[in-house]
Design a protein around this ligand. Structure first.
Ligand SMILES: Nc1ncnc2c1ncn2[C@@H]1O[C@H](COP(=O)(O)OP(=O)(O)OP(=O)(O)O)[C@@H](O)[C@H]1O
Length: 238
């Protein structure tokens, strides 16, 4: 039996007396493209923070490729880009990439860096500029480049399309298609249901602290008798 890449079992998360996650069960398989959707404040980012052990669980267990998530080694197969990515402003783009790759014991391959930047529509000339001069979209592209260059088995991205212009979004989807073809997986949060429909093998709707739906986008439309994923989502959370 294949061991899930990510396995969330009965996850409970509270901030003080404010309950956010109330028994989340979810499995993501290796090589799968999986989208997590939910309204603002549903707890998507909280679930990712729990996955990376940035905050403690109030209940439940998380396993990464079968290992307890609290072990640093268990998290090694994952590359994570947070929703609000803020690299150290005084580093150049190249220094930042060198820094994160060195932390992961990966050599800085100048050709691979330029290829990934071009694939994301970030001019290689940006590598010599300090990050403080980057626009929001450029910063997002730098973070995505760092994740892609690490070539980990699974990317975990919190709203990866945010801040990207339509061209960069289209290019990122093309790059993700190559990522999938190479056998790597993706777990991401998004409010762009069209993107979820287009690129996901499976998706889940997080609502009222639990998974209200998990399955393929087509199953979601079918289950809620909806013509579009947006309509299915609205019916699911009604
Ligand atoms: N550190 C924190 N302390 C207190 N409350 C928090 C904290 N982080 C998140 N919350 C609360 O937990 C709830 C879920 O937030 P979270 O960011 O996980 O939702 P989300 O689904 O990612 O939302 P969005 O789609 O708007 O990004 C919100 O009510 C938020 O205010």
């Amino acid at each position: 039996m294949t061991v899930p890449a990510l396995r969330f079992q009965h996850i409970v998360k509270r901030y003080a007396d404010h309950g956010v996650l109330d028994g989340v069960d979810l499995e993501v398989m290796p090589g799968e493209f999986f989208g997590l959707v939910g309204v603002n404040g549903a707890g998507k980012t909280s679930l990712l923070k729990c996955l990376f052990d940035f905050c403690p669980l109030d209940g439940g267990d998380i396993a990464i490729f079968g290992q307890p998530h609290r072990l640093a080694a268990a998290r090694a197969p994952l590359s994570f880009l947070p929703e609000r990515f803020t690299p150290p402003y005084y580093l150049s783009g190249a220094d930042f990439l060198r820094y994160v790759l060195t932390l992961q014991q990966i050599d800085y391959d100048a050709e691979a860096v330029v290829r990934v930047l071009r694939a994301l529509d970030l001019a290689p000339a940006a590598l010599t500029r300090t990050v403080r001069g980057y626009s929001k979209g450029m910063t997002q592209k730098l973070g995505l480049a760092a994740c892609l260059l690490a070539r980990k088995p699974m990317l975990v991205l919190d709203e990866p399309m945010s801040g990207l212009d339509p061209k960069a979004r289209a290019l990122l989807k093309e790059e993700l298609a190559r990522w999938r073809a190479a056998g790597h997986g993706l777990f991401f949060t998004s409010h762009a249901l069209a993107d979820v429909d287009e690129i996901c093998d499976r998706m889940a709707i997080l609502h009222d602290g639990r998974i209200a739906f998990a399955g393929t986008p087509a199953q979601c439309r079918e289950q809620y008798g909806a013509a579009s994923l947006e309509q299915a989502f609205m019916r699911c959370i009604a």
